[in-house]
Design a protein around this ligand. Structure first.
Ligand code: ADP
Length: 699
């Protein structure tokens, strides 16, 4: 078409551009856009054929269309490549500006292409770049079979069309990209929705497989989880799935290994050509043609792999890796959620089991005190059925100690346990003693109170027994003993002069023995009292030095009798102490008698004392059998006797009394001993304070 003369020409030009841009603006599909540009160009500029090669961001030809008259040829990209690199188009790409070649025969930039219909002979050509926002998106070439068929004005016109086309191509490309992303997003969104529909592990695995299969259209899918140093395939679907189940791949082996190590997916279009593939990667055996492996990730850690094997269409879609990587990410989160859920359920079940099987009766109430749940023991102990209990309140079941719990259980709002002794009301209207431990718990996801109601009837019985024993010792042993002692005193006065020496020595033996029985009775009584938590009450100001010396005098004869040597290691002065004198004396006697008992004849026994800040430190040292380290902690327990020492008699009550007595005074007692070399028992008693001394002085 010949262009009219100015100014009509300008108008015609503007109209043409307007028309072209409107034509192009309505198309979003790249092929349609290209065809329209080509038709418009041929129609408005003239020429026999026109072509466009589309370039990607890297300048690589990705699409090409040629129009010969009215015929369209596509997929000619490969043929165009050479032209692009070296020919006229190559020059235009390089210089980013259009060119008019009036005679192709005289221009070396013109390469003869194999699809040229009339290869020989000169032609004329216009070649322009397609630019959009400074970006080169393609090249357009217009050819006329005769030389000198165009003018430089037509070059301008083609360039003007090309400028419109550039924007249209860019738009089409953006549109295609957004379409592709939309497809991927839809696949992933659908996958996510389907996968998250369940929290049961098996179900979750199955759903991941189905989603993968649907999104990728493959013959087989498999899912492997990292367990220790292997990937174990516990689920698979599709062709050959049965053979895949239970398969393991050692971590780090083959392409699967690379995927788990690097945390990124791999596509293998043709497994036979893969150099790094390992036999283990061929999950579907010999028939594994194409493979896509994506990592399953959770919180940035690879926890497994997802494999898609053999696409039904023959090859994987270009988006397949992207989709699969997305599914892998979703699967990771879903699996982790399901795992957490399973763990939570297991924890719930464990608590339930513990609750149900507990040997203690447990009830759970809300914050109004209504019983929501009760375990088997609660039912057994109270005599109420579970249903009956669930219709009761906690204060109907036991005597709530409101001062401890608060009238609205407000003192339980803190997380610490509140304990008290109370009485439990049984269904048969009987009452039993119970120790109550109440605390705030979460039960079946609700904020609740847990009440442990421990039956302490047995303990109460034992307490009573102890009291009975104490009073028995007191009345039935102590008073008759006192009678014996006073009777012996009376007898002593009645002995005739001539028999005095013999009788008195016999009386002394009786007196010593009654003394020992009295000490034992007193110690038993003290152990019982101190153990039940009663304090030491008879404390007075006592001279520590005199106390020790008097005690030594008392025990000296029996030590001498055993031919043992008693060594006194006392300073000239000791502070006065604040103690129950009889108790303190009995502690010393106990330790000295033990030393004597467990030492050979001729053995040395040293008794010493020294003042220390606020305390007097006493010790009794022997060269006897000693006490093994393993036993040193236990010997202070009641009724403990070291095994293998059966020859020496004893109750195992002496040291228990010593500890209770010393600790009752706030002091410390301990032993240092080497087996075979002897033992040293130490203890401390408090010195009297100034006030105690003053009070003592006034009494
Ligand atoms: P008992 O002497 O009546 O058995 P104790 O409570 O006094 O009971 O002592 C507990 C155990 O500690 C003794 O049986 C003995 O085995 C060990 N023991 C106590 N004192 C000594 C000691 N000085 N040397 C060696 N062993 C001792």
């Amino acid at each position: 078409m010949a262009l009219p003369q100015e100014p009509d020409r300008t108008r015609a030009l503007l109209e043409l551009l307007y028309h072209v841009s409107r034509e192009l603006a309505t198309a979003l599909d790249l092929r349609t856009v290209l065809q329209r540009v080509l038709y418009e160009t041929l129609q408005n500029v003239g020429g026999e054929r026109c072509s466009i090669v589309v370039l990607d961001d890297a300048g690589k030809a990705v699409d090409a269309t040629i129009v010969y008259g009215t015929k369209i040829h596509e997929h000619t990209t490969q043929q165009m490549r050479e032209t692009m690199e070296r020919g006229l188009a190559g020059w235009v790409i390089q210089h980013r500006k259009g060119v008019y070649v009036p005679d192709t025969g005289k221009d070396e930039r013109w390469l003869i292409r194999p699809d040229d219909t009339d290869r020989l002979g000169s032609k004329s050509a216009i070649c322009v770049p397609l630019l959009a926002r400074e970006k080169l998106v393609g090249v357009m070439t217009l050819v006329h079979t005769k030389p000198n068929s165009f003018t430089s004005e037509q070059l301008d016109l083609v360039q003007a069309i090309a400028d419109q086309a550039g924007i249209a191509v860019l738009n089409a490309r953006l549109y295609t990209e957004s379409q592709r992303q939309a497809r991927v997003m839809t696949a992933l969104a659908e996958g996510a929705a389907a996968m998250n529909a369940s929290l049961r592990m098996d179900d979750v695995y199955q759903r991941i497989l189905i989603q993968t299969m649907q999104a990728l259209q493959v013959e087989t899918v498999a899912l492997g989880m990292i367990e220790g140093d292997h990937i174990v395939f516990r689920t698979a679907a599709g062709h050959n799935a049965g053979n895949i189940l239970g398969r393991t791949i050692e971590l780090g082996v083959g392409v699967t290994g690379t995927v788990t190590r690097e945390g990124r997916g791999v596509v293998m279009a043709d497994t036979d050509r893969e150099r790094h593939i390992h036999e283990a990667d061929r999950l579907a055996g010999e028939g594994t043609r194409a493979l896509l492996i994506a990592p399953i990730q959770s919180q940035g850690r690879v926890i497994g792999v997802l494999e898609a094997i053999n696409p039904i269409a023959g090859a994987f879609d270009p988006d397949a890796l992207l989709v699969m990587t997305g599914i892998g990410g979703l699967a990771g989160t879903t699996i982790q959620n399901a795992q957490l859920f399973e763990r939570l359920q297991a924890a719930h079940k464990r608590y339930r089991d513990l609750f149900e099987e507990s040997i203690d009766p447990i009830v759970i109430t809300d914050w109004e005190g209504r019983i929501i749940e009760a375990n088997r023991q609660a039912s057994l102990l109270s005599g109420y059925t579970r249903e009956e209990l669930q219709n009761m309140t906690i204060d109907q079941l036991h005597e709530v100690n409101w001062s401890k719990t608060g009238m609205e259980f407000e003192f339980l709002r803190g997380d610490q346990m509140i304990s008290y002794e109370s009485s439990l009301h049984k269904q048969d209207e009987a009452h039993i003693s119970a120790e109550v431990h109440a605390r705030r718990v979460e039960f079946d996801s609700t904020d609740s109170i847990q009440w442990i109601l421990r039956d302490i009837t047995k303990r109460k019985e034992l307490d009573n027994l102890r009291e009975d024993l104490t009073s028995m010792i007191y009345h039935d042993l102590r008073s008759p003993l006192a009678n014996i002692v006073s009777s012996l005193d009376v007898i002593a006065t009645m002995v005739p002069e001539q028999e005095r020496a013999t009788v008195l020595s016999i009386l002394k033996i009786a007196e010593n023995s009654t003394d020992r029985i009295q000490r034992l009775v007193s110690s038993l009584l003290d152990v019982s009292r101190l153990e039940s938590g009663q304090p030491v009450t008879d404390q007075t100001v006592v001279d520590a030095l005199a106390l020790t010396q008097n005690t030594l005098q008392d025990v000296a004869p029996s030590i001498k009798g055993r031919r043992q040597i008693l060594i006194e290691n006392l300073p000239s002065e000791l502070p006065r102490i604040w103690v129950d004198e009889d108790m303190a004396r009995r502690v010393l006697i106990n330790l000295i008698e033990n030393s004597s008992k467990y030492s050979p004849s001729e053995g040395k026994i040293e008794v010493g004392a020294q003042a220390e800040e606020g305390w007097v430190h006493f010790w009794v040292k022997d060269e006897g059998s000693g006490i093994p380290l393993s036993e040193q902690d236990h010997i202070f327990d009641k009724f403990t006797r070291i095994r293998g020492k059966g020859k020496v008699g004893g109750l195992g009550i002496g040291l228990a009394f010593c500890r209770l007595a010393v600790q009752g005074h706030g002091g410390r007692i301990w032993v240092e001993s080497d087996t075979g070399k002897g033992s040293t028992f130490h203890f401390t008693l408090p010195t009297a304070t100034r006030e105690q001394l003053e009070v003592d002085a006034t009494e």
